[in-house]
Ligand binder design. Sequence first.
Ligand code: MLT
Length: 411
Amino acid sequence: MIQVNPHYAKLQSSYLFSEIARKVEEYRSAHPDSEIIRLGIGDVTLALPPSITAAFRDAVEEMGSDAGFHGYGPEQGYAFLREAIAEGDFGSRGINIAPDEIFISDGAKCDTGNIQELFATDIRVGVPDPVYPVYVDTNVMAGRTGAYDNGRFEGLSYFVANAENNFIPSPPESGQDTVDLIYLCFPNNPTGATASKEQLAAWVEYAQAHNSLILFDAAYEAYVRDPELPSSIYEIPGAEKVAVEFRSFSKTAGFTGTRCAYTVVPRACTAYDQTGAAVSVRELWNRRHTTKFNGVSYPVQKAAAACFTETGREELRHMTDYYLLNAGLIRTAIESFGYSCVGGVNSPYVWINCRGDSWAFFDRALERAGVVITPGTGFGPAGEGYVRISAFNHRDKVEQALERLTQAFEQ
Ligand code: MLT
């Protein structure tokens, strides 16, 4: 008899964004003439910029000739892209990351979800609350948790982010459970909060003191405009020994449909075997990646490499500026309704204190305004009482959504 993985039974009935999609579909069927505006899932809407589209098209053309055809590429990514990233995202900012410490993939969701399989099942995992659900669900699937109870899984440590700590949790204190694997995300999804260098340094220090590993999700780093804020954990001295960083072209360059991301695993980064001997995390990730992944397509990697040309950089800056301006408009409008919020500055997400049930607020925005947002409770119990609005849409849609919400909340 084929038995299923029993840990799947612990998962909540559906992934947050599937549940939202179900509700939106229900609304659409009931109101076929109403135009829905989506400010829920953080999916980009602006076209790929011209120089990136051109690089993509040229690479597709190359593939159409025997001379330019590419079959399997290196699983870890082509050297031209890894070198462009090492210099463009790190070297140019004084951070020393070698091209062979960079692994190209088809998404930060997959990488943040997959990396946990390098580690033992009985380690202690710590996640933020509210949290990007992928970090939690993949550890549940792997059997690292007990049952789901009151919004939380037994066996996980939760780092609560709330108004009291300005949405930046501190590392566990002595007396609290020691955490081996630490998930952090800054600029944060869902709250939009950003951590200072000092705040990140406290986590690096904690990881060094406890031989822990930080999984740092920097998918939104391109939205950081404040030069004092870190856009990489490797700006913190010593982080290369205790942190893996995930980055993506999705929100940075409009690649949500194109698929390209990368994970940085420095050579110095170590985990430990059962005898306590140090093991290279990079070697393990390389082993996993080459076994389970066959690389991102050549045209996509060519398009990603075009992000690092001078023109590409300018185009992407315009793109992220555009979404940041949307975020500012959302924040101003929401504050004018009398709600307090965080994020929307150095981040494309605005996290709003909705002063009540977050699914009820979601329903109200959908029913009265035809606007899709994300209920905070879907990101964990500390998200209850909050909703997230994403700045990823065209300006006219954002403006229209804010007008509709204004009317809805005046009713
Ligand atoms: C979000 O809306 O939280 C993100 O779009 C999800 C993702 O990047 O997978």
